[in-house]
Design a protein around this ligand. Sequence first.
Ligand code: PMP
Length: 384
Amino acid sequence: MNAIEQMQQELQILEEHSNLRSLPALTHEGRYVEAHGRRMLNLSSNDYLGLAADRQLREEFLQGLTADSFLPTSSSSRLLTGNFSIYDELEQTLAGLFGTEAALVFNSGYHANTGILPAVSDAHTLILADKLVHASLIDGIRLSAARCIRYRHNDLKQLERLLTENHSAYRQVIIVTESLFSMDGDAADLKELVRLKQAYDNVLLYVDEAHAFGVRGERGLGYAEECGCIGEIDFLVGTFGKAAASAGAYIVCRRAIREYLVNRMRTFIFTTALPPVNIAWTLFIVRKLTGFQARRMHLERISSMLRNALTEKGYACPSTSHIVPMIAGASADAILKAEALQRHGFYALPVRPPTVPEGTSRIRFSLTADITEEEVEELIKHIG
Ligand code: PMP
């Protein structure tokens, strides 16, 4: 069998297991998407605050743009000629908001997570990672020289045991977790993680806030803000492609870590920096972030309505956030349930292995602040 035939055979197997993926053809219209000739409320986007669908925000931003300030490319890595001043402005704004010594901006969360761990780890590093961390973190771990042990999801007793048994054999140990988990919508116990790490002087903590930045905390800075432990997290990472309605990612950290990353992080050094106009839009949103408290409160209200309804209907619902999984089990069942909801005008999508563990295929409801209580009530009526 040649290489192409081998690929075709593997695709066939994916199809037989209902796990074949394809790019959906859809068009967007604010909160709605149109696919298969049907207009549906989008329940699958990461536009958690509804900012991407908010035309008025874009109009306001465009008013401040001119041909001189609309810079669609940086034409270079930041270390060469791509370091436009808007980058520094965004980083200073982030460091100011978080109250940290420094911040550094990356092209995406994927770049951040695949770049930071390889940069700061060596063969004398042990990484202890939650079993459910995002693929980008797994890839970062794979690219690093560190040894890695995965602990059971949110099992901090097991993590504590692993720390006790292993910390002295390594130069440093890095605990890696998400704050709100992308597929289950549950939260890590950040305060307890900080307590565990503080028991040792060679343990560092890495937290990915991709799904919490903008959404959680009084000022929308994330779950670490809500838990009151921003300053205790060594690598506090977040993305701009979700609630912040933009693209890119950040770390807020100590000055030394920022400087080290600028010198060692391959996914920062060897890539063309994001377009300055994109950074300007991110900055425009970040400056408004603290003011979106009403949207955050509404999002929590509709999320708890949906979580409670799923529990009442007998679904095990691990979520404590706006990411609400409806676990079907088999991929074929998840697909059928998603199709039924789509027929009723709700764009819900199945999430299948390898994104989630085998046997836990689900619909991942991803609620956004521009969805009304009435729409959630209507959705609940159609959940079987
Ligand atoms: N971290 C987590 C937890 C994510 O869910 C994602 C994207 N889904 C990323 C990182 C990657 O971020 P980006 O989309 O900006 O590459």
